[in-house]
Design a protein around this ligand. Structure first.
Ligand code: GLU
Length: 494
């Protein structure tokens, strides 16, 4: 089995296309096949190298790997359509020789007029065949005169053409509605329906899994295979990915492109897991699946024929699993990159064991509050800034809290670290001094964290004012305990 992902680099890759790539990839992995990447950049106006580069980088981030592709080469390349022009021309000549294709000299104006006439008559527009029966002499003469021409394929007009779709079952078409279609444009560029056949055949593609927007192209492609005397691959068409309102997933629903999900801090394994569930349900019901499980369980014949609704909430839910494994697991290095981006860590700086230890503990403490990795810098702010909830400040001004303030300042005036054990002793001593209950725990939390609830103080305490914190080398230094107390005091106006 050989399958492929054949994106056009005319924009950022949409998650719908990523899902297509993923299904192809899962199929290749489970059947011991090969997965290849082909860049379909024949639309020179709209294709950009930067989109291709971004796509390759984002797909690598996702963890989908190809055995052959434009970046790594392979035996059946080149894998970029713009580098295959010669091949397309050769095979067009073959069809012209066999009289299965012909030169068409119709101008865009003529074609447009015919189109409008057909529409006015309530007919489906299709090419009239005007140039189909030009004599060889006339064609030669017009070509010699330098008249511009495209090449059209003589589309057979079977009334009940059908093919078995891997996803949708047997599909029936009336080919008399299709008309002869352009395979080589007058500017020498191959049309999609033609280039894709040449490439899929020469690259040995056995199974084509792609979006349902290509269903109506499939008969054209199969007829081209037949014209060449080649065996067509198997085809399977995936239903579109929809937004909550039932229209195709687009920007107005939220993030749509792979690079956006990456920038938003989703973990690749969560996105892969979620995308696999778009139109496919695991047989055993358990929805949180690893790569290995996806490869084992995925079943192309069980993929839904109807559109799959993209549910951002569900993606968030699936993202919790890899987040819960922080600071180890796949998220570790990605988390660091988010901290670098937010300038908590200097880019590319190697952390010392002390620094790592501090960060590991800090991440452990805040990870339950994360929806994505992008929340990490914000959640860690707790350690670097004193940003109290204004509504809690009046409490700190109360007379009953005075003894706590005094005792805190007395005990934690130095730069020395405070261990969890010392903190427990502090609490006990405080109680011994009559500082307890409402005059102790809640205000203490507000003074230390600026929040009325949240992380456990004894877990947090040794990260505030720990000597490692001084040496973290982070651009922003975590606040020391005494600094925090002073800040809180200032904010409370004491
Ligand atoms: N370049 C086409 C697309 O992005 C590929 C379609 C196909 O898989 O045949 O839609």
């Amino acid at each position: 089995m050989r399958v492929r992902f054949a994106p056009s680099p005319t924009g950022y890759v949409h998650v719908g296309n990523v899902r297509t790539a993923l299904f192809n990839y899962l199929l290749a992995r489970q059947r011991g096949g090969l997965f290849l990447l082909r860049i379909e950049d024949t639309d020179v106006e709209r294709s950009r190298k930067s989109y291709e580069e971004g796509l390759i980088e984002d797909m690598k981030w996702l963890g989908v790997k190809w055995e052959e592709g434009p970046d790594i080469g392979g035996p059946l390349g080149p894998y970029r359509q713009s580098e295959r022009s010669e091949l397309y021309r050769e095979y067009v000549d073959l069809l012209l020789e066999k009289k299965m294709a012909y030169h068409c000299f119709c101008t865009p104006e003529t074609l447009e007029r015919e189109r409008e006439e057909a529409l006015a008559k309530g007919e489906t527009p299709r090419y009239s065949g005007r140039c189909r029966n030009l004599t060889p002499e006339e064609v030669k003469e017009r070509l010699d005169r330098g008249e511009e021409s495209a090449v059209r394929f003589k589309m057979p007009d079977d009334k009940d053409f059908h093919y078995p779709d891997l996803v949708r079952g047997d599909l029936l078409f009336d080919l008399s509605l299709f008309g002869d279609f352009v395979i080589l444009r007058s500017n020498g560029q191959p049309a999609y329906n033609y280039a894709v056949v040449i490439d899929d055949h020469l690259m040995g593609v056995t199974d084509v899994i792609r979006g349902e927007d290509h269903i109506s192209n499939t008969p054209k492609q199969i007829k081209l295979y037949e014209a060449f005397g080649w065996t067509p691959p198997r085809f399977g068409h995936l239903a579109l990915v929809l937004g909550q309102d039932g229209s195709p997933l687009s920007k107005r629903h939220g993030a749509t492109s792979l690079n956006q999900f990456r920038a938003l801090g989703y973990l690749p394994e969560a996105l892969v897991n979620y995308l696999a569930l778009l139109g496919w349900a695991p047989p055993e019901g358990e929805e949180i699946l690893s790569w290995e499980e996806l490869i084992r369980l995925f079943d192309i014949s069980k993929v839904s024929k109807s559109g799959a609704t993209f549910d951002y909430q569900k993606l968030n839910w699936i993202n919790r699993k890899p987040l819960s494994q922080l600071p180890s697991g796949q998220g570790r290095s990605l988390a660091l990159s988010f901290l670098e981006e937010a300038e908590y860590i200097e880019k590319g700086r190697k952390l010392s064991p002390d620094e790592q230890k501090w960060l590991v503990q800090a991440v452990e403490i805040v990870k339950a509050n994360l929806v994505t990795l992008a929340d990490l810098p914000k959640e860690l702010e707790l350690f670097f800034q004193y940003r109290p909830d204004e509504a809690l400040l009046p409490e700190l001004r109360e007379e009953a809290v005075s003894p706590l303030w005094n005792f805190l300042e007395e005990k934690f005036s130095g730069d020395s670290p405070i261990t969890a054990q010392e903190f427990i002793s502090f609490l006990q001593e405080a109680k011994g001094k009559g500082i307890k209950g409402k005059a102790l725990f809640h205000p203490l939390r507000v003074i230390l964290t600026g929040c009325g609830s949240g992380v456990e103080l004894d877990k947090l305490i040794n990260l505030l004012g720990a000597p490692e914190a001084f040496n973290l080398g982070l651009k922003r230094r975590p606040l020391l305990l005494k600094e925090r107390i002073q800040e809180a005091k200032g904010r409370a106006g004491r």
